[in-house]
Design a protein. Structure first.
Length: 73
């Protein structure tokens, strides 16, 4: 299970990336700030989820997050 926060009382963003790395090809990175009371049994490292689970979780996060961003480079 993921930690709820690193330092209580601070607004923190969770970040993750996927790709071959900066020397080998494109990288996609995402950051999200979730409300303190957010819970979802699927929430985990995206690499540990199936594609179907990620597809289910994405609209929930986009709807309920305080802020989120995705970038591809």
């Amino acid at each position: 299970m993921l930690q709820r926060y690193l330092q209580e009382g601070r607004i923190e963003a969770g970040c993750d990336e996927a790709g071959r790395g900066c020397l080998a090809g494109p990288v996609t990175a995402a950051a999200v700030i979730l409300p303190p009371n957010f819970e979802n049994e699927l929430l985990n490292d995206s690499k540990q989820l199936t594609e179907h689970q990620r597809d289910l979780l994405r609209p929930v996060i986009e709807r309920e997050a305080l802020a989120w961003a995705v970038a591809m480079v």
